[in-house]
Design a binder for this molecule. Structure first.
Ligand SMILES: [Zn+2]
Length: 53
């Protein structure tokens, strides 16, 4: 008789801020101020900025 309690008891979603563009969880905490972008959108924004001019 062996009962194992899984430590995977997270409920309510990850404590990460949502991407303002695609609503996916970012790698920033919810306490992050300003615009939060997921890695994908962040990369795309960086490409835009790099292409200006
Ligand atoms: Zn995004």
């Amino acid at each position: 008789m062996s009962e194992e309690h899984e430590a995977d008891d997270k409920d309510g979603g990850p404590p990460y801020a949502e991407c303002v563009l695609c609503r996916k969880p970012t790698e920033y905490p919810k306490s992050q101020k300003g615009v939060t972008l997921c890695p994908v959108c962040e990369w795309q924004e960086a490409q835009r900025a790099a292409c200006s001019g």
